[in-house]
Design a protein around this ligand. Structure first.
Ligand code: ASP
Ligand code: MG
Length: 416
C-alpha cells in the first residue's frame, strides 16, 4: 500500500476547527487506501509565544532550555490531531520526536537529523493506524530534546518521508503552490505545476520563502518527490483533483525538455554592499578581508574583485542588510589596520534580482536578454553573479519591483 506523508503548517493547525478540517482531509486519504503519516507544526503563533515567555525572563536563554520549551507547541498539535482523527472513528497515534526516535546532533535550536527509526511507525501503519509525528523536534545522543530551527517542520516531514520511503511528501500550507515570482509584486505571476529541486533551492534561498530551505536539500538528496499545496481548500475535495494540485518539486530528468528556458524571477530586497578600495593585490587578501566577516558570523553572498592597477585593486561583497553595520565595524576594525587598504564605502539600500531556470543549461543568450531588459528600463547593474541555472544582479533597491516586473514580462512568465 502506498505511503504518503502529509505536513500541515501552523496556519492549517491554527484552531480546533482547522484541526478538525485537517483530520477530515487525512481521513479522506486514508479511506482512499493510502497509509498516512502526518507531521504537523505548532498552532500558528504558539512557538513565538512560548519562546517569548523565556525571553521575558532573560534576553539570551540557555539554548537547551529554549528547545525544551519551543518543542512543546508541536506536542500539543499532534495530540489534538490524533484526538480529532479518533473522533472521526480512525485509529490514530501520536509521537514526539524522542519516541520515534528522530535522532539529531546536539546543536540546540538548529539541530541536524542523524537518523530516523522506522520500526515503531511501520508497525503502527501495518495495523491500519494513522501515525502523527511532531515536526521540528528530535532527540540527541544523550536524550536531550532538540529543535531543527524555525520552520523546521518542513524538514522533519521530508526527512520522515525519506526514511519511510514514502511515495510522496505533501506540504499543506497557506499558499497554493510555488509561483514564477511573488504575486504581491507581479499580479499575473503564474503558479508552477513543477519546479526542479535545484530551482526551488535557488528560489527559496533567494527569498521565495515557501519552504524551509533544508527540507528542499533533503528532498534533493533523497530524491523524495515533494508537493506544496493548499490546506485552505475544501478538505473533502475530490482526491483526483487534490493529487495533482499545487507545485511538485521534481527532478530534472523527470521534466520534459521542451519547458521554458526560465522558470522564475527571485529577489531579495534586503541586501547591503561594502567596498574596500586600494587593496594590495597579493595572496591572502580575500581571506584577510572575509575571514573576520565570517568570524563575526556574517554570511557573504556576492563577491567581486577587480583587475588590479599599479598593484592595487577594489574588493566588493554583499551581506544581509541586517548585518550591514556589524560588517562595516568589522571591516573598519580589522581590515583597514592590517591590510593597509584605502577607503571603505557601503550602500545598505541594494537588492538582488535573479532569473532562475534549469533551461538555462541548454539555451544561450539569457544573460544578454536579462541585461537588455534592465537597460531598456534604465536600471543600472552594480554587480553580477551567475551559476549554471541562475543569473543574479545587484541593483538600487528603488528599482527592484520594476526590474522584477520587466523581467517577468520579458521572459513571458505571466499567466496565460
Ligand atoms: N513551530 C516551529 C516554528 O514556528 C516549526 C515550524 O512551524 O515549522 O518555527
Ligand atoms: Mg513554515
Amino acid at each position: 500500500m502506498a505511503l504518503i506523508v502529509h505536513k500541515y503548517g501552523g496556519t492549517s493547525m491554527g484552531s480546533t476547527d482547522r484541526i478538525k478540517n485537517v483530520a477530515k482531509r487525512v481521513a479522506k486519504w486514508h479511506d482512499a487506501g493510502y497509509q498516512i503519516v502526518v507531521v504537523p507544526s505548532a498552532m500558528s503563533g504558539e512557538t513565538n509565544r512560548i519562546i517569548g515567555l523565556a525571553k521575558e525572563i532573560m534576553a539570551d536563554p540557555d539554548p537547551r532550555e529554549l528547545d525544551m520549551i519551543a518543542s512543546t507547541g508541536e506536542q500539543v498539535s499532534v495530540g489534538l490531531l490524533a484526538i480529532a482523527l479518533q473522533a472521526l472513528g480512525k485509529k490514530a497515534v501520536s509521537y514526539a520526536g524522542w519516541q520515534v526516535p528522530i535522532k539529531t546532533d546536539s546543536s540546540y535550536t538548529k539541530a541536524r537529523i542523524a537518523s530516523i527509526d522506522d520500526a515503531k511507525v511501520n508497525a503502527d501503519l501495518a495495523e491500519g493506524k494513522i501515525v502523527i509525528i511532531t515536526g521540528f523536534q528530535g532527540v540527541d545522543e544523550l536524550g536531550n530534546i532538540t529543535t531543527l530551527g524555525r520552520g523546521g517542520s518542513d524538514t522533519s516531514a521530508v526527512a520522515i518521508a525519506a526514511a519511510l520511503k514514502a511515495q510522496e511528501c505533501l506540504i499543506y500550507t497557506d499558499v497554493d503552490g510555488v509561483y514564477t515570482t511573488d504575486p504581491r509584486v507581479v499580479s499575473d505571476a503564474r503558479k508552477l505545476n513543477t519546479v526542479t529541486f535545484e530551482e526551488m533551492l535557488e528560489m527559496a534561498s533567494l527569498g521565495s520563502k515557501v519552504l524551509q530551505i533544508r527540507s528542499v536539500e533533503f528532498a534533493g538528496n533523497y530524491r523524495m518527490p515533494t508537493r506544496v499545496l493548499s490546506s485552505l481548500t475544501d478538505p473533502l475535495m475530490p482526491l483526483a483533483e487534490e493529487i495533482v494540485s499545487g507545485t511538485l518539486i521534481s527532478f530534472e530528468e523527470d521534466t520534459n525538455m521542451e519547458q521554458a528556458t526560465i522558470t522564475g524571477i527571485a529577489f531579495n530586497r534586503d541586501e547591503a554592499k561594502l567596498t574596500v578600495f586600494g587593496v594590495p593585490d597579493k595572496p591572502g587578501i580575500a581571506f584577510q578581508i572575509l575571514g573576520p566577516i565570517a568570524d563575526a558570523n556574517i554570511e557573504v553572498d556576492m563577491i567581486i574583485q577587480n583587475q588590479s592597477v599599479d598593484g592595487k585593486t577594489d574588493f566588493t561583497f554583499t551581506v544581509p542588510r541586517g548585518d550591514y553595520n556589524k560588517a562595516m565595524d568589522v571591516l573598519n576594525a580589522s581590515v583597514k589596520e592590517h591590510i593597509g587598504a584605502g577607503n571603505i564605502i557601503g550602500d545598505s539600500k541594494v537588492s538582488k534580482v535573479s532569473v532562475v531556470g534549469v533551461g538555462m543549461r541548454s539555451h544561450v543568450g539569457i544573460a544578454s536578454q536579462m541585461f537588455r531588459t534592465l537597460s531598456d528600463e534604465g536600471i543600472n547593474i552594480q554587480m553580477i553573479s551567475t551559476s549554471e541555472i541562475k543569473i543574479s544582479v545587484l541593483i538600487d533597491e528603488k528599482y527592484m519591483e520594476l526590474a522584477v516586473r520587466a523581467l517577468h514580462k520579458a521572459f513571458e512568465l505571466e499567466a496565460a
